[in-house]
Design a protein around this ligand. Structure first.
Ligand SMILES: NC(=O)c1ccc[n+]([C@@H]2O[C@H](COP(=O)([O-])OP(=O)(O)OC[C@H]3O[C@@H](n4cnc5c(N)ncnc54)[C@H](O)[C@@H]3O)[C@@H](O)[C@H]2O)c1
Length: 271
């Protein structure tokens, strides 16, 4: 179902680990819609993941970059501009990791070194990417930068741990940087707040299955899939959303505006 929405556009996609990744699906849709892309992930993920398979499918080059390293991001943008032959149009920040979540350390007993790593990898990295792109004047006017968030930025989901704080900062950076990049270069910056999705990062959150089923039952449209999210990302990279910036856009089947649903009531009554 290609509409060539991204014909002539070029962009960098962070975070495709395996075929379940939201970034993986977005890369495939972006290319099907006519985009030329560069793929990137942390050097460690290169060894664990399957990014080279995706690169073949997308006819894309892969440039490793740790999102917490300014030198890596500068190198990534410089090399991408060489590949693209100049400026480009979009960036997908699809990066999240919490050492506290990985090690099952409760929020109330947090390890602060881990906490700082969570914030650096999952939130400040967006600022680093934006700052570097702006300094290098890497993005065309009306370019679009997107990062992926979760509703735990606004409401408490205890198993989400310090990632909730990281997402709150991530969304705030999109607003704050969106202001500056908008006035300076007409570049838009947004976050998408996505439904729970069965990926490596998603499934790492404690109680994910229960969480996933609850959200699916509460949401009038059900949970949004990674494929749905990829389509939404591509729309936000396209010229059809030129005036959308500094927003956190819920892509969650209606979850965020639903108090309770018939399906949840039925499940409670059956208990
Ligand atoms: N899966 C969900 O339920 C869900 C819901 C809402 C939002 N999100 C967000 O979507 C984004 C993508 O996650 P996903 O669900 O596709 O899982 P995923 O595990 O496939 O992707 C996470 C990516 O982050 C990358 N990453 C980790 N540390 C990095 C670093 N230092 N430098 C560069 N990259 C690094 C990983 O290698 C991986 O590719 C994340 O921001 C996540 O928080 C996920």
């Amino acid at each position: 179902m290609s509409h060539q929405l991204l014909k002539g556009k070029k962009g960098i996609i962070f975070g495709a680990l395996d075929e379940r990744s939201i970034a993986w699906k977005t890369a495939l849709v972006a290319v099907a819609e006519g985009a030329e892309i560069v793929l990137t992930n942390a050097p460690v993920a290169m060894r664990m993941g399957k990014i080279n398979e995706l690169a073949k499918l997308c006819n894309a080059q892969v440039i490793p970059a740790d999102a917490t390293s300014t030198a890596d991001i500068e190198r990534l943008i410089e090399k991408s501009m060489e590949i693209f032959g100049g400026k480009f149009d979009f960036i997908l920040h699809s990066i999240g990791m919490s050492p506290n979540v990985r090690k099952n350390i409760e929020y109330t007993s947090t390890n602060y070194d881990n906490f700082l790593k969570t914030l650096d990898i999952s939130a400040l990295s967006l600022h680093r990417v934006l700052q570097t792109a702006m300094k290098m004047d890497a993005l065309n006017e009306w370019g679009s930068v997107l990062a992926l968030s979760y509703i735990a930025a606004q409401r408490t989901f205890p198993g989400y741990n310090d990632m909730a704080d990281a997402k709150a900062i991530l969304e705030s950076i999109a607003r704050s940087f969106g202001y500056h990049y908008g006035f300076a270069k007409k570049v838009r910056v947004n976050t998408i707040s996505q439904s729970p999705t069965a990926t490596t990062a998603g499934s790492g959150v404690s109680g994910f299955d229960v969480f996933y089923n609850y959200a699916d039952k509460l949401s009038p449209l059900g949970n949004a899939t990674a494929e749905d999210c990829a389509n939404f990302c591509v729309m936000l990279f396209s010229d059809y959303t030129r005036m959308v910036t500094m927003q956190n856009l819920f892509h969650d089947g209606g979850f965020s505006n639903t108090g309770v649903s018939g399906k949840i009531i039925d499940a409670m009554v059956q208990q």
